[in-house]
Design a protein around this ligand. Structure first.
Ligand code: NAD
Length: 457
């Protein structure tokens, strides 16, 4: 049997070797899930809702242990692991409250003996290939609404969050979701690739642009619904009328939270020249207060880099920025092991000729660029192949709304950043992806609408 080794990125220690899937076990599981799906779709919605409510109760009962597992395998600071699990409860509550109304059959026309209705059927068998950085959030954005709407789910958690993936499966099964209806698959990219070859009705992916592009190619001409939630290079503009200290405190958190390993981390900052110096000083002062160290300690803010190869990406962006004349204000290098560590790094005087303003850093690295007016800020913020989120800091709502309306991003923020709400759709422009999760649209996306044309005799 294949084994997947799981390492603690903060210490480098081997935690466990999990039994892993291979192409044959993936195919067998897919067949069983396909066979089980109609039975699950026939279960009354109230009973599916009750299963997810019991799952929520199970998460609450084990929350400290689940947070510890996530921290051990990803290096996420323990307080942030607890935040993710507590935030998850609100997402589950949203789906539970909204699923009935957003999937009820709708009569959209009724006149002269003619009635038109929209019915929401489950897609069928959906696959979810997921990322490690927020394994509970990004997983639950898919499996909770997919299960509630009557789909069977083949769930491939990241190999860097595989223990969390198995905990999710254990809790769902204990809550009454049949083991062939929610099926975890353990392994890395090869197991994900094997999953793509199965007879599935939908593929919901969260991860990097590079993998998303491979998946889109593999799905190719097959009639499989495809959603891709990919990376970003999220910009923020701090206007001349903003408070530089308040904006710096908020954006330092937005750039460094989860050690910069968030899809919606602030990755580029543009500051009006009138307050640039004050902002940069306040930003660096804030980042210096972030304690780095053992992710199991409540006091830790900066944890480990989860994937070792990301250290090379950070090194390359730092070297490139230095070589092209950026001013290094803080950090700029790996920290000694064991484990994978990078010093929180702040550059000023950057420009778009530098990689750190163009490609996702996905670590505690940020560039701050001076701009002379709003038009320059908008032009630079839109000078990206990505478009996940973008923000503006200003006390002037009209000015902020005018600027935000011009930005190519799925989510826009006024005086806030690095924020996701279950009530709002989560989607990206350009190379940040296609499709969406969350909101009532993120429930309906797991359904296939059937159009009913009914004429009375
Ligand atoms: P990744 O692309 O390396 O891996 C994601 C998943 O794809 C993993 O489960 C992996 O095993 C699997 N995989 C790898 N190769 C595959 C292949 N050939 N076929 C099928 N599956 C394959 O990404 P990651 O490092 O886990 O996550 C980080 C990335 O995810 C960042 O770019 C981040 O911005 C992005 N992300 C986006 C969102 C969003 O909502 N837009 C949320 C979280 C993370």
């Amino acid at each position: 049997m294949n084994r997947l080794p799981v390492y603690n990125p903060a210490s480098g220690a081997l935690i466990t070797k999990l039994p892993a899937d291979d192409a044959a076990s993936v195919a067998a599981k897919a067949l069983r899930a396909r066979a089980a799906q109609p039975g699950w779709a026939a279960v009354p919605l109230a009973r599916r809702i009750a299963c997810i409510q019991r799952f929520r109760t199970g998460v609450v009962a084990e929350l400290p242990q689940l947070a510890a597992v996530m921290t051990q395998e990803t290096g996420k600071p323990i307080g942030m692991s607890r935040n993710e699990l507590n935030g998850l409860l609100g997402r589950i509550d949203f789906f539970l409250a909204e699923v009935a109304s957003s999937t009820a059959t709708q009569t959209v026309f009724s006149e002269g003996g003619m009635t038109e209705q929209i019915e929401h059927l489950p897609l069928g068998l959906v696959a979810n290939i997921s990322a490690w950085n927020y394994p509970w959030f990004v997983g639950a954005n898919v499996f909770v609404p997919a299960l509630l709407t009557g789909n069977a789910v083949l769930y491939k958690p990241s190999e860097y969050a595989a223990m969390t993936g198995l905990a999710i499966a254990r809790l769902l099964h204990a809550a009454g979701v049949p083991s062939d209806v929610f099926v975890p698959l353990t392994g890395g990219g090869a197991v994900g690739a094997a999953l793509l070859e199965q007879n599935i009705d939908g593929l919901f992916f969260t991860g990097s642009y590079a993998t998303g592009a491979k998946i889109a190619q593999a799905i190719g001409p097959r009639r499989v619904k495809l959603q891709l939630e990919l990376g970003g290079k999220d910009p923020t503009y701090v206007c001349d009328d903003a408070n530089p200290q308040t904006a710096a405190a908020s954006l330092a958190d937005g750039a460094m939270y989860n050690t910069g390993q968030s899809c919606c981390s602030v990755e580029r900052i543009y500051v009006h020249e009138a307050i640039y110096d004050a902002f940069v000083a306040a930003f660096v002062a804030t980042v210096k207060t972030f304690p780095l160290g053992d992710p199991m300690l409540d006091s830790t803010y900066i944890g480990a880099i989860t994937r070792a190869p990301q250290l090379d990406v950070l090194d390359a962006q730092v070297a490139d920025a230095k070589a092209k004349g950026a001013t290094l204000l803080l950090g700029g290098q790996r920290l000694p092991g064991p484990g994978h560590w990078y010093a929180p790094t702040v550059f000023a005087g950057v420009n778009h000729g530098m990689e750190l303003m163009r490609e996702e850093s996905f670590g505690p690295l940020i560039g701050i660029q001076k701009v002379s007016d709003d038009a320059e800020a908008v032009r630079l913020m839109n000078d990206s192949r990505y478009g996940l989120t973008a923000g503006v800091y200003s006390p002037d709502e009209t000015r902020a709304r005018t600027l935000l309306a011009q930005l190519n991003a799925g989510s826009v923020y006024w005086n806030c950043c690095d924020r996701v709400s279950p009530r709002l759709p989560w989607s990206g422009y350009g190379d940040s992806g296609v499709g969406l999760t969350l909101s009532t649209y993120g429930i309906q996306t797991f359904t296939r609408p059937r159009a009913w044309h009914l004429r009375q005799p």
